[in-house]
Design a protein around this ligand. Sequence first.
Ligand code: NAD
Ligand code: UDP
Length: 309
Amino acid sequence: MKNILITGGAGFIGSHLSEKLLNEGNHVICLDNFFTGSRKNIEHLMDNKEFELIRHDIVEPILIEVDEIYNLACPASPVHYQYNAIKTIKTSVLGVTNMLGLAKRAKAKILQASTSEVYGDPLVHPQREDYWGNVNTIGIRSCYDEGKRVAETLMMDYHRQHNVDIKIIRIFNTYGPRMAENDGRVVSNFIVQALKGQDITIYGDGSQTRSFCYVDDLVRGMTALMNKEGFMGPVNVGNDGEYTIKELAEMIIELTNSNSKIVYKPLPSDDPCKRRPDLTLARRELGYEPEVHVKDGLKKTIEYFAGVI
Ligand code: NAD
Ligand code: UDP
């Protein structure tokens, strides 16, 4: 049995990861400041004697003994990470430094939840790990994108300087049950709008593309990376199907049988035009393969939101 710390454990991805690691027989310490996460996401785990909850902000140091750290704490949706941009970048710089300090002292392995946003508005398609990205340093997304880039740098420097056992996963757009209703990301927005019969808000002309990964596939990739000896990444994990945002809207309207109409709103600045992971490295090093087709994943997510709304 391992003692595993999950920061951001009460968030969308963190709650699924907590569940998986508990099912595999580990002791899980979930640490969260509840900025975008909620107690509701982990309510079903609270009776498990191997589950521990700590309310804490990773911008402040913490002293505990652990074998592994999954560092997920950071708001992930543009609406939330732009709400307090300075706090967002502090979470990725001071927060990650604190978690690396903890990993160094406790001799724990640490996995950082990085993001496809490190590629910015990519000039190379699909994105491979050796692409350095096209990121605006001064835009409204920079607090998140540049924060995550510095976090990767800190991970590498703690590895080179202090021999910390690190893992970097670059997560591509992930969706599924327990996304917050007010999360603001495209899948939850469109599903909630479709179920409520409200207008579906496409930003721009809807020709921008994304690749959508179901959360079960992602957490499988995360634990595979943590458990792979001698491989630290960075490695892309996601689903390599690629859809325009307009196609996504039409799929969700069809799957919900909704009467909602599509309306077009201005495209936020620095919104990436296209995005799709090259998964060659994940396939080779982790034996990773996305298993859930977007239509099946959307059906499960729609079912979840239908129960919540
Ligand atoms: P989420 O907002 O549901 O989860 C983030 C969690 O971190 C929340 O529970 C929040 O309360 C907590 N948190 C935020 N700041 C904190 C702080 N300073 N101290 C302690 N806790 C803090 O988002 P998510 O989609 O579950 O994302 C989890 C991680 O995965 C994030 O690091 C995100 O950047 C990364 N990621 C997610 C996606 C995606 O598509 N979902 C894509 C790329 C990367
Ligand atoms: N988007 C949209 N309508 C919404 C929310 C998002 O058209 O209600 C667009 C957004 O502009 C972007 C894409 O959907 O082009 C994915 O947005 P999201 O915030 O989910 O993720 P990210 O941009 O971080 O990949």
